[in-house]
Ligand binder design. Structure first.
Ligand code: CP
Length: 306
């Protein structure tokens, strides 16, 4: 089976069948990753550049590991310390790299739409590793994989996405994916951090009260407050945010049932999530990170020779 798309620019462009294919392929690769020898030769004739114009820990390491597990040759590029500082454009940078015979580009960029721009102008396969406030498709795929691992299906699952929805590419990719797969989505946070168009555009529920927003959910996917993307203060203080929306033991114990806690990372401990919850028995945060490698192996494998 093949994906319906040549690139992975966003979940928006994927069919339900594409998502199912990626997740079932990831399941096979997760089995490979449990073996003593965790490597397969699938991409041994491919060269992949990881082009990161914005900071990353998990996504970057996860893609590099996935590429190595598939036996690809990899090159890592960071904008800081490169000729970008001398004024070189994105297109010039990528064309120079491509002239060294690169097959795929994994790209993170602070500008929404940067990977879409590249996909129009260069012949290589482009994988979006996070573009501005737009999408982070592999994060949504690994989140979905982790939820299916825990609950068996996404259909009918109640997922609350909590926090800085406005600036979150993770939120947008998760909403696209969860709605395509038949889950119920509630976004929870202060009115200043939830875009007004969400309810009509995506058929998601909006809840400004944290307890009501979590009361009937199966999973809370808790997001980081992205102060670096806020041009003006959107709430009075981090302390106030923690008191109103932070995920604490007291809040979780007040709910009708035990819910599962997810977070894409990096976490602001003591702001959107307390440490005992992040590290506690309801958290699957490190499972998400582990699953990221298998999911990215699946994406790289399926996009080869499209
Ligand atoms: N979840 C995520 O994208 O983390 P990084 O920014 O560390 O890659």
């Amino acid at each position: 089976m093949k994906l319906s798309t040549k690139h992975l620019l966003g979940i928006k462009d994927l069919l339900k069948e594409d998502i199912e294919l990626i997740l079932s392929t990831a399941k096979e690769f997760k089995e490979v990753l449990q073996r003593p020898i965790k490597k397969v030769p699938s991409l041994r004739d491919k060269t992949i550049v990881n082009l990161f114009y914005e900071n990353s820990t998990r996504t970057r390491i996860s893609f590099e590991l996935a590429e190595k597990r598939l036996s690809a040759d990899t090159i890592n590029f960071s904008a800081s310390g490169s000729s970008v500082d001398k004024g070189e454009t994105l297109l010039d940078t990528v064309n120079n790299i491509l002239s060294m015979k690169v097959d795929m580009v994994v790209m993170r960029h602070a500008s929404s739409g940067a990977p879409h721009f590249l996909a129009k102008h260069i012949p290589a396969v482009i994988i979006n590793a996070g573009d501005g406030t737009n999408e982070h498709p592999t994060q949504a795929l690994l989140d979905a994989f982790s939820m299916i691992e825990k609950f068996g299906t996404l259909k009918g699952l109640h997922v609350s996405i909590v926090g800085d929805i406005m600036h979150s590419r993770v939120a947008l990719s998760n909403i696209y994916l969860l709605k395509k797969m038949g889950a119920h989505v509630t976004v929870v946070g202060p009115p200043t951090l939830i875009p007004k168009y969400l309810t009509e555009a995506f058929d998601v529920k909006v809840e400004y009260d944290i307890k009501k927003g979590l009361q009937n959910c199966d999973v809370a996917n808790v997001l980081r407050i992205q102060l670096e993307r806020q041009n003006q203060p959107l709430f009075s203080s981090l302390r106030e945010y923690n008191l109103s929306y932070g995920i604490s033991r007291k809040l979780l114990d007040s709910l009708n049932k035990e819910i599962t806690i997810m977070h894409p990372g990096p976490m602001n401990r003591g702001v959107e999530i307390d440490s005992d919850i992040a590290d506690g028995h309801q958290s699957i945060i490190l499972n998400q990170v582990e699953n990221g490698v298998a999911v990215r192996m699946a994406v790289l494998y399926l996009l080869t020779d499209q």
